[in-house]
Design a protein around this ligand. Structure first.
Ligand SMILES: Cc1cc2nc3c(=O)[nH]c(=O)nc-3n(C[C@H](O)[C@H](O)[C@H](O)COP(=O)(O)OP(=O)(O)OC[C@H]3O[C@@H](n4cnc5c(N)ncnc54)[C@H](O)[C@@H]3O)c2cc1C
Length: 446
């Protein structure tokens, strides 16, 4: 299903890879993370190409709500408890810098992408203490957060925390402008990577450095990302005729909503869940909240997207693995890939150009921190084991990634993998990875 971003921007197409090619740097993936990384490397005078399986911006970036903010749920409280004040400060600083980098880039290059500065709010109806603690934690991390009880939401909240000077934009218009300075080959899926050689259906690319910005890095070994990440999906409806809303909002309660204005629409998001775990009628649930909150408004468009979630809530940005010193990765954005794509692009550019980054250790893909990872590790391990065991039965739809049993998603008529989040259309054709190929046709319609 297409989003409002697809409705209001068609990025001009590019050719496929014309044949074998040598380059200094190959970036896999033409989403926000890949294009931003390729852009900054190109600006440093590096020879860079982007290999994109489909078309620029066609991945999860086209389904985002595009809030550019350092406010990522209750993250600061968690970081302070799990990793201490230095880590919380680094996280805040890297994301606040990313907001400023967007503003600087968009204004210096005069990019027309509906960029607007706005405050971001986290709100609650029944956990005021959690908001209070998050306000204190964000302030300790260096963000001038403010606790409030009045917002412009059409319902009263118990408490909210306000981050000033955040932003939002039209992500595809931004990508369209930025990608015009970058060499991109579209409809060129990378099917395998061996040391410095990337294979595609149109030829091989030999690159000195390789960046995996393909949402979910697909090599199983090294890296073992499949043990350390799962995917979470959320649903969005775009409302027509709703009163304009000041600021951007996210509810922290189980039925909390994400809200932002994207003229002429009001975006309402929610119903998040692990890919493959079905919720009855998520669009219907959002529609009925919309009718309740904004009587008179009507749903103009609806879509969903998904993102990779790591065990300790921090993204993996940096060297892919100690065993592959020339491979780099940017993934695990946990639904906060607008600022984190910018953080990735800046960090990877520094690392590839031989500079150090102050954020290298915080986001290191080689880290393993047991305490903050333990709760999600247990759930992820159990879900993956369940999916793998069920995948051994005869006559079931199986994911080509690792053989897990696929579940039928009636809301979107897709086959979804509860283990690692690959998705396929009703005929088993690949929609999104980590799987790289379509399913064998065991059984089509449930
Ligand atoms: C509902 C929802 C709302 C969100 N809202 C926000 C928000 O308000 N603010 C925020 O900060 N974040 C938000 N996010 C998160 C954000 O949208 C993502 O983190 C971000 O778009 C990810 O960008 P990406 O470049 O990593 O991935 P993608 O945009 O998916 O790009 C990856 C690209 O790689 C390509 N690819 C994959 N495999 C291969 C291959 N083998 N060869 C070549 N190319 C390949 C794909 O085709 C794709 O184009 C939201 C997420 C969801 C699910």
């Amino acid at each position: 299903m297409k989003s409002i971003w697809n409705q209001t921007c068609q990025i001009p197409g590019r050719n496929s890879l014309p044949g074998n090619l040598d380059t200094e740097i190959a970036v896999i993936g033409g989403g926000l993370a890949g294009i931003l990384t390729a852009f900054y490397l190109t600006m440093e005078g590096r020879q860079v190409i982007v290999l994109e399986a489909s078309s620029t911006g066609s991945g999860q970036t086209s389904g985002t709500t595009a809030k550019i903010t350092s406010q990522h749920g209750l993250i600061y409280q968690k970081l302070l408890t799990d990793l201490g004040e230095t880590a919380a400060k680094l996280y805040a600083r890297s994301n606040q810098e990313a907001v400023a980098d967007y503003e600087q880039l968009i204004s210096s290059r005069r990019i027309s992408c509906s960029f607007e500065k706005k405050p971001a709010f986290l709100y609650t109806m029944d956990q005021p203490d959690a908001i209070h603690l998050e306000t204190l934690a964000a302030r300790r991390a260096g963000i001038p957060a403010l606790e409030v009880t009045e917002t412009s939401l059409p319902f009263s909240v118990k408490r909210a925390v306000r981050f000033p000077d955040q932003a939002c934009f039209q992500p595809l218009k931004f990508l369209e402008a930025l990608s015009s300075s970058v060499t991109v080959f579209e409809h060129t899926p990378v099917t395998s990577v061996k040391d410095h050689v990337l294979s595609t259906p149109h030829g091989q690319v030999t690159a000195r450095k390789i960046v995996f910005a393909c949402h979910y890095p697909f090599p199983l070994i090294p890296g073992y990302f499949f043990l350390r990440m799962y995917q979470d999906q959320s649903y969005v409806v775009a409302l027509e005729g709703a009163p304009a809303l000041d600021g951007m909002y996210l509810g922290i309660d189980p039925d909390g909503l994400s809200l932002r204005q994207a003229d002429p629409w009001l975006l309402l998001g929610g119903q998040g869940r692990r890919v493959g775990i079905q919720k009855p009628d998520p669009y219907g649930a959002l529609d009925s909240r919309a009718r309740q909150l904004f009587p008179g408004a009507k749903t103009a468009l609806k879509w969903s997207a998904q993102d990779c979630v790591t065990l300790d809530s921090l993204p993996y940005i940096g060297r892919f693995s100690r065993r592959k010193p020339d491979w780099y990765v940017a993934t695990g954005f946990g639904k906060w890939g607008m600022t984190l794509s910018m953080v990735s692009a800046r960090m990877l550019t520094d690392l590839i150009c031989g500079q150090q980054s102050p954020y290298e250790s915080l986001y290191s893909p080689s880290r393993f921190r047991l305490r903050p990872s333990a709760p999600r590790l247990a759930v992820h391990g159990a879900e993956s084991a369940k999916g793998l065991i069920k995948g051994m039965a005869n006559g079931v739809m199986r994911c080509p990634h690792m053989g897990c049993r696929l579940t039928w998603n009636a809301a979107e008529s897709t086959w979804d993998c509860p283990c690692h989040g690959s998705r396929f259309d009703r005929l088993g054709r690949l929609i999104t990875g980590p799987a790289q190929i379509s399913c064998r046709r065991h059984r089509l319609i449930p």
